[in-house]
Ligand binder design. Structure first.
Ligand code: HEC
Ligand code: HEC
Ligand code: HEC
Ligand code: HEC
Ligand code: HEC
Length: 369
């Protein structure tokens, strides 16, 4: 195993690129799941990413390292000698199957980590890493069961990212955290063969490639626990982050609570007047600034202006006192997310309606006895 690993790293010639579409011939279910995932979103199909990227730099596309890692002209994109191209499949394939399954090693670095891929001599089949015991042969690629693969698969892109001024744009993982747990939550085992068109082993299950996250209603519900108790005219909410990463790991997002007391069908109290942001203790976000003022595009920031977040598995107790609660009052607590915060929408003018709305994460209620 070790010898093969080293050998593949030292073979210097790159093999030919295999497109996402080419995997469909044998891995149709996985291909379809992947197509619905955010990993298949590219510069042209993800408006939020596209608009932020253009606001950062109209010439250089440095984001390609993680957002377009299969690009056959990656250096040119980064240095501004080339632009994203709708007709280039290595661009539109985004976080491609072929890229992700060739990650052999992740170099830890200060600004962001770097994925190192296996390299094949031009006349050999590419080796793809995975988890299968005794995988069946096929004529398109070799299969390599690697215990290291699952540990490294997400760390190269998802761990952290700093801008040129050393300001943290996101930090989803701790220094020595590997990606075994990420795969458990985000790639659960589902029914159906993973290589159905060559179904000799008839495994009957595979790891889901939908990579569900914040954009999925059911997945969102799993992110937090909201524990609500009422005592002596006081509302007490214990909010627990159940994820192995901070509550917010994408600076465009905000998450917040709306707390309401309902009496005879009417709202008699709520935790804000005009905007949920007024209630700082229940509004989660982080914002950036340069020397003088707030900046919306994190790439340009020189420091963090304000941060209110929950760490992995962390809880926070929020209380509202002196509320004149009566028997029969209904107290409702709901948590919401906005994919692009309002400040960001103002500057970037989105067409996609979903970027201008709030989505429910979870809601709970109790009645005064
Ligand atoms: C080190 C890898 C890395 C680099 C470099 C990188 N990103 Fe990302 N980006 C990610 C990851 C991982 C996610 C998904 C994380 C998430 O959604 O929380 C992401 C998500 C995003 C999103 C949210 C997309 C959505 O639809 O919700 C935006 C916007 C974004 N990146 C902008 C940029 C821009 C602009 C650049 C270049 C200036 C860039 N990123 C460079 C790793 C990177
Ligand atoms: C000609 C059919 C065929 C094509 C095309 C194909 N595969 Fe496979 N692949 C297989 C078979 C067969 C297996 C073994 C399945 C089993 O044993 O259950 C496999 C296994 C795998 C594994 C598991 C490896 C392991 O060691 O656990 C991965 C990962 C994989 N393929 C990725 C890909 C990707 C990515 C593509 C497209 C770039 C692709 N395959 C294209 C037939 C194919
Ligand atoms: C080559 C870089 C790269 C690797 C490796 C990678 N990701 Fe991502 N991931 C991204 C980027 C970039 C995005 C955001 C794409 C966008 O929104 O345009 C993303 C988005 C996501 C999302 C958000 C989905 C949503 O709907 O909000 C999840 C969940 C995710 N990745 C999980 C994983 C897991 C688990 C692994 C490891 C098995 C992994 N990623 C490996 C780059 C990567
Ligand atoms: C205990 C389950 C669990 C584990 C472990 C876990 N996540 Fe998540 N993650 C979630 C849930 C649930 C969501 C969706 C709700 C949300 O974002 O608040 C999510 C959301 C995400 C998102 C989308 C966030 C956004 O705003 O775009 C990314 C990216 C992500 N996770 C990556 C990872 C990575 C990388 C790891 C490994 C360090 C990981 N997750 C580990 C449960 C988990
Ligand atoms: C973001 C990284 C990533 C991307 C993109 C990705 N995979 Fe995977 N894939 C994984 C991980 C991680 C595993 C599970 C490895 C483990 O459990 O050790 C996996 C497992 C597999 C397996 C074995 C599945 C099983 O359980 O039977 C196959 C086959 C496979 N992938 C094919 C594909 C194909 C085809 C695509 C594109 C349509 C693709 N993958 C895209 C990360 C990725």
């Amino acid at each position: 195993m070790k010898i093969l690993f080293l050998l593949s790293l030292t073979l210097l010639l790159f093999g030919k690129y295999m497109s996402n579409e080419s995997c469909k011939e044998c891995h149709e279910a996985i291909y379809n799941e992947y197509q619905s995932s955010y990993h298949s979103k590219n510069y042209f199909t993800d408006e939020l990413h596209h608009k932020v990227a253009d606001a950062v730099d109209k010439n250089k596309y440095e984001c390609a390292v993680c957002h377009m890692p299969s690009a056959n002209n990656l250096k040119d994109l980064i240095t501004g000698k080339a632009r994203p191209d709708k007709k280039n499949i290595t661009h539109t394939d985004a976080i491609s199957c072929f890229f992700c399954h060739q990650i052999a090693y992740v170099k830890k670095a200060h600004k962001f980590n770097i994925n190192t891929l296996t390299r094949q001599a031009a006349d050999y089949k590419p080796s793809l890493f995975g988890r299968l015991e005794d995988p069946d042969e096929n004529d398109k690629h070799s299969s390599v069961k690697s215990p290291i693969y699952i540990q490294n698969a997400c760390v190269g892109c998802h761990s952290h990212k700093l801008n040129d001024n050393n300001v943290t744009i996101f930090k989803a993982m701790k220094k020595n955290q590997d990606s075994t747990s990420c795969v458990k939550c985000h790639m659960p085992i589902v029914k159906g063969d993973g290589a159905e068109n060559m179904d000799k082993k008839a495994r009957g299950r595979h790891v889901s490639h939908r990579f569900l996250g914040i954009h999925d209603k059911k997945m969102r519900q799993k992110s937090v626990d909201i524990n609500l108790t009422l005592t002596n005219n006081q509302i007490r909410i214990k909010l627990t982050n159940k994820m192995d990463h901070p509550l917010i790991i994408q600076p465009a997002r905000v998450k917040y609570l709306i707390v309401k007391v309902i009496r005879n069908g009417k709202v008699i109290w709520k935790n804000y007047t005009n905007s949920p942001r007024e209630d700082h203790q229940a509004f989660f976000e982080y914002t950036f600034k340069d020397k003088n003022k707030q900046v919306i595009i994190p790439a340009k920031a020189t420091s963090i202006m304000y941060s209110h977040n929950l760490n992995a598995r962390e809880s926070k107790v929020i209380t509202y006192k002196n509320i004149n609660l009566k028997k029969g009052d209904k107290v409702i607590v709901s948590m919401y997310v906005r994919y692009a915060k309002q400040d960001c929408s103002k500057v970037l003018n989105f067409k996609d309606k979903n970027l201008k709305k709030s989505f429910l994460i979870k809601s709970t209620f109790t009645t005064v006895k």
